[in-house]
Design a protein around this ligand. Structure first.
Ligand code: SF4
Ligand code: SF4
Length: 715
């Protein structure tokens, strides 16, 4: 549970997590296995189709939530269930405490429930004098340790068996071995007694089915069934967003939930609970009390929020944490307040206060891995950016992001400053790199060599290198992006060489500027809008067939985000015409030009590839780069080619400790693959990989695809 409200203390907490070798190794191992197993377990079903159905049906349920609530209440009440509705977390806690008091409850057992965690029910019950015991193994362990869950499905994943043995030794006052099967036996023995004694059981609910007033819980341990059946009182705490119309809707989610959570085909137990039943434990015919507390806690307000309501589709599978490169390094306690991972950054803002979300919402590198796997089709990275925009509005921007926002929105000023910086850097420049960064820029950047601004920008060299026009040939407008225009103009120059050789006409509309992604990532929406408008206008005037960019991040942002960004600006047709033309360099060569292998000279070099996040997930490009690589070299696959390199634009400056570790893993994988060169399709990834490789002694050569292909062009 991260309660860091200042960036300084948050960095301290991140460092602690990064220094925890066990945490790092466990999450690393899990992430690699999960990914492989998930792929296998989804192989036999239409994953994307099912996810899109879940998203549509959840949206429909949200539209009819009040009707569903009424229908559920009617059906459940007919079966003896007492249904309550709590507006706030405090109301829900008060309700549960009063149910316990009315029923003379002393001891309570609980099965795993994120909604119960959300309202901190244990604290409320303990403060009111009740004895509460968690019965899910992981939850019991963290309860004994007074910690919050570090994962929504595997709450104690951050703990070693040694730590658990120590905790159990303290609890049982007996020396416990760290043998896992023995530890499970200890838990079973201790908890069985609690089940037998308990007066009340508290559960969550994965679904509340309106058509028959049933709830369902999905668990991997038998404790859920014991909690809901053994005690004479059962209280289910359920987010109101869990209401769905039919059992069929639940079954659809059940097909994806375990596959996404732990790569299992089916959860071990799916328990359907319909109505209050007799409680044989208290004698024949003894009546069992069954209460359901529906929690609002801002949910009905969130439904009205057209942009962010999709967060309520979440089925709590935890997959957005499983694939997140940041979570993998720092764990859930640093990535969310109660809910963790990508959805945790968002729900912290809506359920646990804007102040708590201020720091946490910054810790997303924007790799889109979470969006790619979300069981409910939620555009998580986009929502995280939206939260940043709202936080900036509420609390004001940091000085650096406000300044960068203003600067990038003013193309002429930005370009003039870059020209000035070219001279200002001279005292600290050594070859193509900066020797020492001034302190304000240099904090924590020692993990990579920083590039210097080029002595001549691409826009300055363009008049001299502009190729002859080929009559009737395709015309591409080259979108340079800031990094290539001013730092790596050689990459653009190489692209011009390749394109000219292939008979493609190249234009460079000089009025273009930054794509706007860096300011969008920082929550500076107005600047992002200004830069988008500027680029659309610049390319409209040059009337090109394609807007070609060598930067996967620029391409993905311009293709996928401009439309929404410019909604309401009365320029739909222009935006669509522009976005439709945007294409990345590799796809243009394979899909449009249909380049032949003989265009290149095949060499013996062992070359690996790094997939930029925005190429593979943003644009869905997987095959084009490999086709090109194989035409010119020996392609050398490396593990985790599509995992983020740690750049993330301004992220690597804000969180250098995380960026540096991600880079280290990437370089290690490449080195171990035997590749002597790595190619990529993004200047940001290039900057990160090359900076790291240079810092490590420069054994691994790093190239942009354009430079690599230009080097292998047949005469
Ligand atoms: S975009 Fe990437 S870094 Fe951000 S939350 Fe999603 S997976 Fe994590
Ligand atoms: S946001 Fe999506 S991936 Fe994350 S827990 Fe919810 S449903 Fe699962």
């Amino acid at each position: 549970m991260s309660d860091e409200t200042t960036m300084k203390s948050y960095h301290g907490s991140l460092k602690e997590a990064l220094d925890d070798d066990f945490l790092r190794q466990t999450l690393d191992k899990f992430a690699v296995q999960y990914k492989a197993n998930r792929q296998l377990i989804f192989a036999d079903i239409n994953e994307k189709g099912l996810i899109s159905e879940i998203a549509d049906h959840k949206e429909e349920s949200l539209d009819h939530l009040e009707e569903l609530y009424e229908q559920f209440t009617k059906e459940a009440s007919r079966k003896g269930v007492i249904v309550h509705r709590a507006a706030t977390a405090k109301d829900a806690c008060d309700l549960v405490c009063s149910i316990a008091k009315e029923n003379n409850v002393k001891t309570i057992i609980k099965s795993k429930s994120m909604t119960a965690e959300e309202i901190h029910i244990n604290h409320a019950l303990e403060d009111a004098g009740f004895i509460v015991t968690e019965t899910d193994l992981g939850e019991w362990i963290i309860q004994l340790r007074h910690e919050g869950p570090s994962h929504m499905v595997m709450p104690a994943i951050h703990l070693s068996r040694g730590q658990v043995a120590k905790t159990f030794t303290e609890e049982t006052k007996e020396n416990q071995s760290d043998d896992i099967s023995l530890l499970v036996k200890v838990a079973r023995k201790e908890l069985r007694a609690k089940f037998a004694e308990a007066d009340m059981g508290i559960s969550g609910a994965n679904f509340a089915v309106a058509e028959n007033g049933s709830i369902a819980i999905c668990t991997n341990e038998g404790n859920g069934r014991l909690t809901t059946t053994l005690p004479r009182v059962h209280v289910a705490i359920c987010g109101i967003d869990k209401l769905i119309p039919t059992i069929h809707d639940a079954l659809r989610v059940i097909k994806v939930l375990p596959r996404n959570a732990t790569a299992q085909a089916i959860t071990t137990y799916v328990s359907w609970i319909t109505g209050a039943v007799n409680c044989e434990k208290d004698g024949p015919g003894a009546e069992k009390k069954f209460h359901i507390v529906f929690l609002d806690n801002g949910r009905t307000q969130l439904i009205k929020d057209s942009k962010c309501r999709q967060a309520l589709r979440c089925v709590r599978c935890g997959a957005c944490a499983n694939v997140c490169p940041v979570y993998r390094l720092v764990g859930g306690h640093r990535m969310g307040y109660v809910y963790i991972g990508a959805i945790g950054l968002i729900l912290t803002y809506f359920f646990h206060g804007h102040e708590r979300a201020r720091v946490l919402a910054q810790n997303c590198i924007g790799c889109e891995a979470c969006k790619d796997v979300c069981a409910a089709g939620i555009d998580l990275p986009d929502l995280i950016q939206e939260i940043r925009v709202r936080l900036n509005k509420e609390f004001g921007s940091t000085m650096d992001s406000a300044l960068l926002g203003r600067l990038l929105a003013n193309r002429k000023l930005f370009h003039t400053l870059l020209k000035f910086a070219k001279f200002a850097q001279l005292p600290v420049k050594k070859g193509p790199y900066i020797r020492h960064l001034p302190e304000i820029f240099g904090l924590g950047q020692g993990f990579r060599a920083m590039p210097a601004i080029a002595s001549e920008s691409f826009r300055d060299m363009w008049p001299a290198i502009k190729p002859q026009v080929v009559p009737g040939a395709k015309k591409v407008g080259l979108f340079a992006g800031c990094a290539q225009d001013f730092i790596y103009p050689g990459q653009l120059k190489a692209a011009v060489t390749v394109l000219s050789k292939l008979g493609v006409n190249v234009e460079f509309p000089e009025a273009q500027s930054c794509c706007g992604l860096p300011v969008q990532m920082m929550g500076q929406r107005q600047s992002a809008i200004t830069t988008a408008k500027n680029n659309i206008q610049a390319f409209k005037e040059s009337n090109v067939d394609y807007v070609l960019t060598l930067c996967a991040s620029c391409a993905s942002h311009m293709k996928n985000r401009y439309q929404e960004l410019l909604e309401g600006e009365n320029m739909e047709a222009d935006v669509k015409a522009f976005s439709d033309k945007v294409i990345d360099f590799s796809s243009f060569l394979t899909d449009v030009v249909k380049v032949k292998p003989e265009t290149f000279v095949q060499g013996d070099e062992k070359v690996g590839y790094h997939y930029p996040c925005h190429l593979v997930r943003g644009l869905g490009v997987t095959e084009a780069p490999k086709t090109l690589l194989k035409a010119a070299a020996k392609y050398q696959p490396a593990p985790e080619e599509d995992v983020c390199c740690g750049f993330g634009g301004t992220y690597s400056v804000k969180f250098p400790e995380i960026s540096g570790v991600l880079l280290g893993s990437k370089l290690k994988n490449l080195e171990e693959s035997g590749a002597t060169c790595v190619v990529t399709d993004c200047p940001g990834c290039f900057m990160q990989l090359n900076g790291g490789a240079v810092k490590q002694g420069g054994k691994l050569k790093v190239e942009h695809m354009a430079e690599f292909l230009a080097r292998h062009l047949a005469k």
